[in-house]
Design a protein around this ligand. Structure first.
Ligand SMILES: [Cu+2]
Length: 154
């Protein structure tokens, strides 16, 4: 009889201990996962390949984490092009215009390459915070012809 009571008390104690351990390990598990997730992107260099052609602007990847972003830009078309980075919540084809170009008094460029020839490449590094960006070739007429792409930093 007393042995049975002792056994059931022991069983209850073991259950309580197991429950406490389960709680603690799941709690610290979450903490460790969140910590390593936050640490990984910090200081990471993000590289984005941009291809310019008539009349297309393609970016890969289309989204990166905040920080310094390095754009490797290639002109695979037959005319000179450029890459300009704007931060804007506007629809990709609804930036304010001034004549045949994006109005840079209203939409400030965060960075741009020089205009460079077909077959050539250019590099552009820009510090970007979280938000929505548009990558554009702002040579007269090129934006309206379709040389833009949405880009997200998050
Ligand atoms: Cu262009």
């Amino acid at each position: 009889m007393s042995a049975l009571v002792r056994a059931s008390v022991l069983a209850l104690l073991l259950l309580a201990a197991a429950a406490a351990l389960a709680c603690r390990s799941s709690g610290s598990g979450d903490g460790a996962a969140a910590g390593s997730k936050a640490a990984a992107p910090a200081g990471d260099a993000k590289t984005v390949s941009v291809t310019l052609s008539e009349w297309k602007l393609a970016a890969d990847p289309r989204a990166v984490a905040p920080g310094k972003v390095s754009f490797h830009v290639k002109n695979t078309g037959s005319q000179p092009h450029e890459l300009v980075v704007y931060k804007s919540a506007a629809a990709a084809d609804k930036l304010a215009l001034s004549g045949a170009t994006v109005d840079e008094k209203k939409v400030a460029p965060l960075g741009r390459t020089a205009t460079f020839d077909a077959g050539k490449s250019a590099e552009l590094a820009v510090e970007l915070s979280a938000g929505r960006y548009l990558l554009v070739c702002n040579i007269a007429g090129h934006y309206q012809l379709g040389m833009y792409a949405e880009f997200t930093v998050k």
